[in-house]
Structure formats: structure tokens, C-alpha cells
Write a protein that binds this ligand. Structure first.
Ligand SMILES: Cc1cc2nc3c(=O)[nH]c(=O)nc-3n(C[C@H](O)[C@H](O)[C@H](O)COP(=O)(O)OP(=O)(O)OC[C@H]3O[C@@H](n4cnc5c(N)ncnc54)[C@H](O)[C@@H]3O)c2cc1C
Length: 475
């Protein structure tokens, strides 16, 4: 009797479980495949990990549905009623219409200082993302942005960070005759220093959106290819993990195998081999997956969904030593709980200090000096945090980073290349064992990379590729 094709999915995160869900629900009635999801960790969800802290449900990884209009994650959340819950959760939905900006030293800033520079930053980012048309009503901001663009160096090697700074310089150039002093209002802060600090604050927020440790490494051209869904950005009150649990719930027991870390994948690049000559020592399945405990599984098709950091480190094939994560994140992950409590308590206390308490000479702008400087300031408004719950996405060998971005010198084409299955389809030559290794995961989606929905779409894409191959889409 002919063997059923065996499909092994590596990774039980959003991409892997979406692929498994699609393959299983599309073919369960005719029992077409043997399906396994092998996961190196001890839980499902990957970079989605809902936890608890101080009685609240909190997210250690993915937190937001980035735009509810058209998001498949939002659709599932609605269907399974995950957007309502009695338990308190880390709800950060919506933004204040009237935010307060406080400079170090406890100075509450007037809107006339914050708003123009915030608007400049927003318009520059909109321009970089292709959202600010030439006939924009904000003509002067468009001019700053296009100045930044034109003077920004060689085409194809431009960074978002470089572009933003050129835009800021153009803005400053336009107001070089104004009075920089703000005597009596903000201690030693000058107007330009405050603008620099506000601009940097927005850059830091942008770094967390894009996960680029430094915006100078973020590719300018690729930024305009990134797509957002329209509508609100919301959190999931029952937890992001409820989406994952829903996807996994259709799979029969035994399909998902935890604690199965893959160390190597052997496949058959050459097309001419016949099954008997394949030399994998077992039978006619072309792919051999090796696990850390020395066991192996043979497969006809493997969908690899591990993160870009893991792929770059060659973890699947070699060792765990080299990480693709940002330096700053890795340094933060090394801090002890006591160091974190001290640093965060000091920073928050410094913001609560009134300007009369301000005894330091230097402004810190969020750099490492803050801790030392404010340690010497004694104050009654000292705050001390008592408990820490921390993640290690950067150094955990199963992730080696939070989410991907397109680095300067790379392009959207590289993302498409990463999504191409092996062996490659060359010169019309059909391999005797096609589609041995397929790639999914957020980093393989050209326009929605970095997100849970990008991971979802990539899992669906690879499941559909196999379903089409076996002529059973829509079964
Ligand atoms: C802190 C943080 C905040 C985020 N916030 C958001 C957000 O608000 N909104 C949003 O949309 N996205 C957010 N993201 C990104 C989002 O979580 C990811 O894009 C998405 O979950 C990635 O899913 P994936 O299936 O591609 O990869 P993963 O979730 O990484 O799944 C891959 C799986 O492969 C497993 N694996 C790795 N190596 C091996 C091996 N050798 N053998 C076997 N298994 C292996 C891993 O354990 C993992 O479970 C955030 C991520 C982080 C870290």
C-alpha cells in the first residue's frame, strides 16, 4: 500500500500552527497526510506567550493586533470571543488625546515645544513609509522630509535613521534665527536640547515598532513596502495565546510534539536520485530530520518556521552561540533583577522629581548615565519597584531576537527569496522529490513581516503550496 506523504512542521508558533491547522482541516476527511509539528521548547506559541504578573494577564511577547481592519488575528479573536474577559489584563488600547511630556528634572513641557517636533517626526516617518503625498497639506514638513531624502547618500543604501536626522537638520536650518533660550522655564534645557530629546523619544518608540536596535540599520527603501492594517490597534483581553490554542485545538493528540529540538536537516538537492539510492538508510522519504536527543524522523516535506535569528545563527545545523539580536537588548537581558529594580526605580523617581529638586548638571536623554547621576540625588518622591518578570527573546537559542526588519543593503526581494522552497525549480526541470523544504515564519512575508498576522499568512501560504501540489485545495 502506498505510504501517505509525511509533512513535518518545525516550530509550534503562529506560522507553524496556522500551517498545521490549514493542512489538517483541509484534508482530515480523506486522511491524506501524516502530520507532525515538532517544537524545541516546552510550550506552544513561540513568540506569543501570555503570562501573569501581580494578578493581571500580561503578554511577554506579541501584544497588539496591529490594525483591526482585515487582520486575520482580529477575525479569529472575534470568532472565539477572546476580546472580552473578566480577568484584568494589560489593556493598553487607545492613546491619550492629551499626553503629558516630562523632561528629566521633572519639567512638564508646554505643547508649543512638543507638538511641532512631534509633527515633524510623524511626517518624516509618513514620508519614509510612502504615506505623505507631494501635495500634502503639510507642505513645509514635506519639504523637510524631501530635503532629508535628497541629501541622504547613495540610492539603495539609505537608512531610515539617516533620513530622519537629515529632516531634523533641515528643520533646524529653517529656524536658525529664533531664540534658543527658554529662560526660567525649564532649568538648563534649551529649546534645541528639548527638541533633540523629544525627537529621540520618538526615534526610540520607532525602534521598538521596527525592532531595529539602531534606525541607522533600517533600510529606507524597504520601509515603504511595509503594510499596516487600517483601524484601531488593540490588545486581546483573553490573551494572545487564546488564538494559538484555538489553532492547535483541531489537531489530534500526538501531532504536536514538544521538547523536540531539531539540530540538522538532510535533504536531496539532486534531482536524478532514485529512492533506493538515496542513502538515507531508511526508505524513500527524501528528508531526514535530526533531533538533539539523537533521534530522527524521515519526511516528504518539512515546513521550517524558526525565526530569522535562529536561521542566521545556523542553530538548526550547528550550535547556539551566535545571536542575530541587537547589542542593547542582549545587554539588558544580562541585568540581574536587582539591577533592573534599581535602574527602573531611579528613572521613574527622576521623572517625578520637581524642578526645585534638580541638582544635576548634565542632561541624560535616556542614556546609561541617568542611573549614576540620579543615585546621588536624594528625594522624598523616590519610587521603588519590588518584583521583576523578564523575557530573554534575544538570548534564548529558540528565538535569538524579537522580530525581523529589513536591514540597510537588504530588500523585499530577499524576503521573497527566503520564502522559496527547496529544491529550487530550475530550467523547467521537475525534481523527483519537489517541495522538500518549505519556509514560513514572519520573516518570510514581504509586506507584513515582524507581526503575528505576517506569520499567520506565511503559514497559510506554505500549507496552500502543499495542498495545491496534491491537488486538494478546498477539500
Ligand atoms: C516582545 C515581542 C513583542 C511583540 N509584539 C508584537 C505585537 O504587538 N504584535 C504583533 O503582531 N507581533 C508582535 N511580535 C512579533 C510576533 O510575536 C511574531 O512575529 C510572531 O509570533 C512570529 O511567529 P512565527 O511562527 O513566525 O515564529 P515563532 O513564534 O518564533 O515560532 C517558531 C517556533 O520554532 C521553535 N524553534 C526554534 N528553533 C527550533 C529548533 N531548532 N527545533 C524545533 N523548534 C524550534 C521556537 O521555539 C518557536 O516556538 C512581538 C514579538 C516579541 C518578541
Amino acid at each position: 500500500m502506498a505510504k501517505k506523504p509525511r509533512i513535518v512542521i518545525i516550530g509550534a508558533g503562529m506560522a507553524g500552527l496556522t500551517a498545521a491547522n490549514k493542512l489538517y482541516t483541509s484534508t482530515s476527511s480523506n486522511d491524506l497526510f501524516e502530520l507532525f509539528v515538532v517544537e524545541g521548547g516546552t510550550r506552544i506559541g513561540g513568540r506569543i506567550n501570555t503570562s501573569e504578573f501581580g494578578g493581571d494577564r500580561i503578554e511577554m511577547g506579541a501584544t497588539w493586533i496591529h490594525g483591526i481592519g482585515g487582520s486575520p488575528v482580529h477575525k479569529i479573536a472575534q470568532e472565539i470571543n477572546a476580546l472580552e474577559s473578566d480577568q484584568p489584563w494589560e489593556c493598553m488600547d487607545g492613546f491619550s488625546d492629551d499626553p503629558t511630556t516630562i523632561a528629566e528634572g521633572g519639567f512638564e513641557l508646554n505643547g508649543s515645544i512638543v507638538e511641532p517636533i512631534s509633527k515633524l517626526f510623524k511626517n518624516l516617518m509618513d514620508f519614509a513609509q510612502g504615506k505623505l503625498p507631494e501635495d500634502s497639506e503639510d507642505v513645509c514638513y514635506y519639504n523637510f522630509a524631501s530635503k532629508g531624502f535628497k541629501s541622504n547618500g547613495v540610492s539603495g543604501k539609505q537608512s531610515v535613521g539617516g533620513f530622519l536626522r537629515q529632516g531634523l537638520d533641515a528643520y533646524w536650518e529653517s529656524c536658525k534665527n529664533r531664540d534658543e533660550e527658554l529662560i526660567g522655564c525649564y532649568g538648563k534645557w534649551s529649546r534645541k536640547l528639548l527638541e533633540e530629546a523629544i525627537f529621540r523619544m520618538h526615534e526610540n518608540t520607532q525602534r521598538t515598532y521596527t525592532s531595529a536596535g539602531d534606525l541607522l540599520t533600517l533600510d529606507f527603501e524597504a520601509e515603504s513596502e511595509y503594510r499596516m492594517f487600517p483601524g484601531e490597534e488593540i490588545t486581546i483581553s483573553k490573551g494572545y495565546l487564546s488564538i494559538i490554542q484555538h489553532l492547535a485545538s483541531v489537531l489530534p493528540p500526538g501531532v504536536i510534539q514538544l521538547g523536540r529540538k531539531v539540530t540538522r536537516i538532510d535533504w536531496q538537492p539532486e534531482g536524478h536520485q532514485k529512492s533506493a539510492e538515496m542513502g538515507n538508510g531508511y526508505d524513500s522519504r527524501p528528508v531526514k530530520i535530526h533531533f538533539v536527543d539523537g533521534s530522527v524522523i524521515l519526511a516528504d516535506h518539512v515546513i521550517v518556521t524558526v525565526s530569522l535569528g535562529v536561521l542566521k545563527a545556523g542553530t538548526c545545523c550547528q550550535d547556539d552561540s551566535d545571536s542575530g539580536s541587537g547589542k542593547e537588548a542582549l545587554e539588558l537581558e544580562k541585568l540581574s533583577d536587582e539591577e533592573i529594580i534599581k535602574g527602573v526605580s531611579t528613572t521613574v523617581s527622576s521623572l517625578l522629581k520637581s524642578n526645585t529638586n534638580n541638582s544635576h548638571d548634565e542632561f541624560c536623554n535616556g542614556n546609561g548615565k541617568s542611573v549614576e547621576i540620579f543615585e546621588s540625588c536624594s528625594s522624598e518622591s523616590e519610587v521603588r519597584f519590588g518584583k521583576v518578570l523578564k523575557t530573554k527573546w534575544g538570548s534564548d537559542p529558540l528565538f535569538l531576537g524579537s522580530y525581523s526588519y529589513v536591514a540597510v543593503g537588504s530588500s523585499g526581494d530577499d524576503l521573497d527569496t527566503m520564502a522559496e522552497p527547496l529544491p529550487k525549480f530550475e530550467n523547467g526541470h521537475v525534481h523527483v522529490h519537489p517541495l522538500q523544504i518549505l519556509f514560513a515564519g514572519e520573516a518570510t512575508h514581504r509586506t507584513h513581516y515582524s507581526t503575528t498576522h505576517g506569520a499567520y499568512f506565511s503559514g497559510l501560504r506554505e500549507a496552500n503550496r502543499l495542498l495545491q501540489h496534491y491537488h486538494c485545495v478546498g477539500v
